[in-house]
Design a protein. Structure first.
Length: 474
């Protein structure tokens, strides 16, 4: 029996009924990693010894008759911008090549009973949509090795889609969980801003970043959300709002639910195959008793421009700490200024430097009002679009991405084209809302398509319910 392609809830059942052991499960995953990792390249670090020792402890616990929790013993991957004590955390950057965090991110602590298989590849500092901006290697899409898995959580997503982990954690600043999930045919959930602690997540754009699960089905997604959500005194932006048990929302029922279709997301530029697939999802929901309501989010067209001012501005500030002194690599120079210049010149990749330059430009005296301040105002308008829309609907349904997975190298020459990958996902981050990408079929080239469900702030539960309902129809 192969185990690497099962879901966490199936494996939990097998573990608790002693049909398999955690050691067998871990060995099965590593066998599969050994067979496919050369081709997929999901990982930057593989934690085999630690995983094997951990599995043994869990088996001892099970044989003592002790209960194990839902994700205990389940193999997982963690994006390499989430701090893991004693295990390298590089953000796929040369500047953090040898950085070993002295502490755990809160999310990793909360998942400490799951078995860590490794740290997943990503775009450097989570800047990108293809994983091609990793300073180490490009990850390949398990559905078509010539194509990107999406990004920036491309390693986390390819690991789950390619059988190298049962579930994973990614981070999503403008779409980095949902876009790769749609490219790889898995479930990717970005929770409400503040729902999950960012303590120990290496900051890219602090007002947008959020950690979330990448899983094979909606049930696993609910389980991981249960494990990672909640207030954390180490992150003052994490919300004190109570966290519901998301498994209670695993109910196939959308009767009476109002689902909005925003006209701005069904326009030229969206691949017709994607549009058709997503419209079919709407039809399916209608057949199942939901009410589909056409609506407008009028400021959508400004979202990319707004995001690509705010995110780089915050990134420029956050990345100031990589100065050759506080963290990571140092390249010597004649004096301190030259040392810092050499370090940053040599150790940051091209996209990171581009963002730092755009960000500092947008924040500089004389341009601050024209760019940064204006972007903040437009962000408020985008937030208001959603608040108005949610007066009339419970959820909003859109494509996750304008196209299916593209070929490796196809977009690298044109950063602006790459930025347009985020057109359907960034508004959700700007508004701080929860959103998920759920698989809904394949293109004629057999590439996965995903649709996005956006919910009201803190209403992840309704998203889970609608996503579960759709999954059940398949
Ligand atoms: N692709 C977007 C960017 O490059 C989003 C990245 C993310 O969500 N981390 O900024």
């Amino acid at each position: 029996m192969s185990l690497y392609d099962k879901t966490a809830h199936e494996l939990h059942e097998l573990l608790t009924t002693k049909k398999i052991s955690a050691a067998e499960l871990t060995a099965d995953i590593f066998n599969h990693v050994d067979a496919v990792e050369d081709k997929i390249g999901a990982y930057l670090t593989i934690t085999r010894d630690k995983a094997t020792a951990h599995a043994k402890l869990i088996d001892e616990k099970i044989s003592r008759g002790e209960k194990i929790s839902a994700l205990e013993g389940i193999p997982c991957a963690i994006k390499d911008n989430i701090c893991t004590k004693g295990i390298k955390t590089t953000c796929a950057s040369k500047i953090l090549e040898n950085f070993v965090p002295p502490y755990d991110a809160t999310v990793y602590k909360k998942l400490s009973s799951s078995i860590l298989i490794g740290k997943a590849n990503m775009d450097e500092f989570a800047m990108g949509s293809s994983t091609e901006n990793s300073a180490y290697h490009t990850t390949h899409n398990p559905h078509d090795l010539e194509r990107v898995p999406g990004g920036s959580s491309g390693g986390s997503t390819a690991a789950v889609a390619g059988g190298e982990a049962i579930f994973s954690l990614g981070s999503d600043t403008g779409g980095s969980i949902r876009q790769p999930a749609s490219f790889c045919g898995v479930v990717g959930f970005k929770p409400t801003y503040g729902r999950v602690s960012r303590y120990g997540l290496v900051a890219f754009a602090s007002s947008l970043d959020q950690i979330g699960p990448i899983t094979r089905d909606v049930t696993d997604c609910a389980l991981v959300l249960n494990a990672i959500c909640g207030h954390d005194e180490m992150d003052s932006t994490s919300t004190a709002a109570p966290v519901p048990d998301f498994t209670k929302s695993l109910i196939a029922d959308v009767k009476g639910l109002k689902i909005g279709l925003p006209k701005e997301y069904f326009v030229k530029g969206i691949d017709p195959e994607i549009e058709t697939a997503v419209r079919n999802v709407a039809k399916k929901y209608e057949q199942l008793g939901a009410e589909i309501i056409e609506l407008s989010l009028p400021h959508t067209e400004y979202a990319i421009a707004t995001y690509y001012i705010i995110a780089p501005a915050e990134a420029a500030t956050n990345l100031e700490r990589y100065d050759g002194v506080s963290y990571g690599a140092r390249v010597d120079g004649a004096d301190v200024v030259e040392m810092m210049t050499n370090t940053r010149t040599e150790k940051f990749g091209a996209e990171v430097k581009r963002r730092i330059m755009i960000g500092n430009y947008a924040l500089s005296a004389g341009y601050y009002d024209a760019y940064y301040l204006k972007a903040l105002k437009v962000r408020t308008l985008i937030q208001k679009d959603f608040i108005d829309a949610f007066e009339n609907v419970d959820l909003i349904l859109t494509p996750t991405t304008p196209n299916a997975a593209f070929k490796i190298g196809e977009m690298t020459a044109d950063p602006l084209k790459m930025y347009l990958q985020d057109i359907c996902t960034v508004p959700v981050n700007l508004a701080g809302l929860p959103g998920v990408s759920i698989p809904c079929g394949v293109t004629k080239n057999n590439l996965p398509i995903g649709f996005q469900l956006i919910g009201k702030a803190l209403d992840e539960a309704t998203i889970i319910k609608a996503a579960f309902t759709y999954e059940n129809t398949l």
